[in-house]
Design a protein around this ligand. Structure first.
Ligand code: FMN
Length: 245
């Protein structure tokens, strides 16, 4: 296994950070690593907003349901899908921006994911730890207001970055045959494989929590998909210009 694959396979989210700052030079390198990701139609549909203001950080802790590491991480970045910048290009070239299409929403959102994961891998290669914060979508309108986002820009997730002050175990992933299929979606072997994987995940939580939490992956998923998931997102996106035409 080469060192890049080894690094990727050693990822684990970090939620406790030291006070050590990230140098401006490194931060700039990380963003450039993000920008180097492939981007659909050369859209470059990503804007990253670095939150340094203490009151805004506190508001993001609140929005995220009290996730304190949003404020204690050396850096908190909000990754936004951005169709506003490219819409402005239309004005400059006397064309009318035709926005609000689901396809555009998909490409900008995919761009954000690819960009952010490049930032993450670059950060981890420099000994930093990270934690994505989807919790900002608990109240995306408030997040958009705090960041003064224009129409056609929405906050996809936040990212905490800092030097780790903990060393958690790597969380086991699904067996490869469950996620890699050949020629067709054949789920015939999935149940048996996931039953075995569930035991690994239970063991992972037993060790991580000193026996306090013991939950399998499939139990977690039945909890997750057994309830509504941020139903406000549809109306928020529409208000923000993502009409899903
Ligand atoms: C888009 C996204 C949003 C996430 N949001 C949160 C979050 O709000 N809070 C949190 O503690 N972890 C969050 N996570 C981290 C996941 O819980 C974590 O990646 C997953 O449990 C796997 O664990 P690992 O990263 O340690 O391998 C998020 C991850 C992603 C990709």
């Amino acid at each position: 296994m080469n060192s890049v694959i080894e690094l990727l396979k050693s990822h684990r989210s970090i939620r406790k950070f030291t006070d050590k700052k990230i140098s401006q030079e490194l931060l700039s390198d990380l963003i450039q690593a993000g920008q180097a990701a492939a981007t659909s139609s050369f859209l470059q549909g990503v804007t990253v907003i670095r939150v340094t203001d203490g009151e805004k950080k506190a508001a993001f802790v609140d929005i995220s349901g009290g996730q304190k590491y949003v404020a204690t991480a050396a850096e908190f970045l909000v990754f936004c899908a951005d169709l506003d910048r490219s819409s402005r290009c239309c004005e400059w070239h006397d064309a009318k921006a035709t926005v609000g299409f689901t396809e555009q929403f998909i490409i900008a959102t995919v761009d954000v994911g690819l960009f952010a994961q490049n930032v993450v891998v670059a950060a981890e290669s420099e000994g930093l730890g990270i934690c994505y914060i989807g919790g900002i979508r608990n109240n995306p309108a408030r997040a958009a207001e705090l960041l003064e986002l224009p129409n056609n820009v929405y906050p996809v997730f936040g990212l905490c970055l800092g030097y780790p002050d903990q060393d958690p175990e790597v969380k086991p992933r699904l067996p490869v045959p469950v996620v890699l299929k050949e020629n067709s979606y054949d789920d015939g072997q999935d149940r048996a494989l996931i039953d075995a994987y569930d035991q690994d995940v239970r063991q992972y939580y037993r060790t991580r929590t000193g026996g306090k939490k013991e939950m399998s992956w499939s139990e977690q998923m039945s909890g997750l998909l057994g309830k509504e998931s941020r139903p406000h997102m549809r109306a928020f996106l529409k208000d923000q210009g993502f009409d899903m035409k």
